[in-house]
Design a protein around this ligand. Sequence first.
Ligand code: WQD
Length: 339
Amino acid sequence: MNVLVTGGCGYIGSHMTLSLIENDYEVVVLDNFSNSSLESLKRVEVLTGKKVNFIEGDVCDKVLLKHIFSQYNIDHVLHFAGLKSVGESVNKPLQYYENNVLGALSLCHVMDQVGVRNLIFSSSATVYGDAKIMPIHEGIPTGSPTNPYGRSKLMIEEILNDLVKADLGWSVGILRYFNPVGAHPSGVIGEDPNDIPNNLVPFISQVAIGLRKELSIFGNNYDTFDGTGVRDYIHVMDLVDGHLKAMKKISNKTGLEIWNLGTGNGYSVLEIVKAFENASGKKVPFKFVSRREGDVASCWADATKAERELNWKAKCSLVEMMEDTWRWQSNNPNGYKTS
Ligand code: WQD
């Protein structure tokens, strides 16, 4: 079975590529290095002992996509390529809509033309907007996302819904991630943002290793038990396992299905700081600052649909998430930038 992984050099994409190879899939990776490096793929090859077919390029490039589908007999597409920072999207909406929405449109257009219609789409819990009732299940209205990143993901979901209605030959799985964190237990691959980390855990990790002075906590006056934002953090290896199960599930049926990939547990920013300090043995200095635009107070998953229909449940604990993050960071103080 041949799988095209767009964004396969990125944080989640590289962990997915590793797991696909370990499960005897043939993998083709497309990546433009907008938030990744080839080093991640080189390390996947070392870990698996297998060469990975790699093409550098942009998922918006339909000519390149056609070339890939003509070169490789692709059966499934896992679409990770996209910009993913809530905070950044507020300041760069055009970049987010062009990259995320146009990228997905280009991909679907070419897939339709070449007759490959098995697609897993990396969506996000941000499509739920400021949901008031926790835990969040797939049936609640997707409300209005509070930022361009979330709106771009919701637009793509709508596009996929319309595509499947128009052509029942498609098999689409939409996976709504909550907050992916952690790293492969080997410590060889992990999350390595190109610039200042927008997300909490990589930022904390860089404070612990001494790359950053202190953590700014965006608001401590939310309506949560300790005033800081609550999120559902899920280990990237659990997330990857959810993709494998979803890919198998949609290969046996047409239509579109949506699954939350979360643990069902919410942790506050302060709880994550504490958990990371315990896992790393390092102090993480922080200060409270004003809220970040686009943030919601709380967001955690009802993941029972994936448990029921995919026979999938997140297994990794918060301790494992923090310990695996720290192993990656302490083994690679400069990420993939080999000194
Ligand atoms: C988590 C909490 C912040 C940074 C993420 C991804 C998005 C999507 C959904 C996959 C919030 C607080 C953060 C910092 C802080 N994932 N924080 N200081 O915004 O929930 O969204 O999950 O598709 O791609 O961005 O994650 O890690 O940015 O924030 O206080 O320096 O940590 O306010 O409460 P978020 P995050």
